[in-house]
Design a protein. Sequence first.
Length: 212
Amino acid sequence: MQICSMRLFICTNRSFTLKIPITSTNGFGISPRAFVASLRDRGLRVVEFRPVSLDQDRPFILDMFVMREYESASDADRRPGLNKYREDWLSSPKAEAYLAAVEASLDEPSTIAEIVAVNGTPAGFVWATMEGLPYEERYFELRLVALKLNFQRQGIGRVSTHHLEELAAERGAASIHSTGNAASEGIRRFHASVGFQPIQTVYEKKLAARTQ
């Protein structure tokens, strides 16, 4: 039986999640897309994951990075509002640097970089890379799980993280690591809600700029 690359999650508004593998006919004699459409017609939320295409998804990926940076920004940086923050961020060197990092990571077959779609509408982006030396315990570094504002607080982030966990385990990782702004209550709350625990403290010391 042919298995399509698409993975499917069905989510109801009661936080119930059911994973259904998409086969060539699903045993119902219909195509995967027709099967998905029939589920939508029954009022279910369908969350799908597909591999990222940098040519097709470039603007969307950049917007997801904006969302992550905005949520982690200081109150002073957020004060002008999301639209102004997005405009400034997209015109900064960070935008191309982040895209270049995603593109470079795709050279490694184990990299997870997927668009999250809800009922066919792009809703978010998930990105994680395998880390660790071959003789050490390998782990995935969670680079980004970001959702558009109108898809947040609906359990989709939790479903996306669970999806990443399954892929990471299939690819031989023993754990997933994630870093975030320790001052952000939202980031701490999300990590706790999906089972992450703090394992170390990272110290930072800012250095004075060198004069020429």
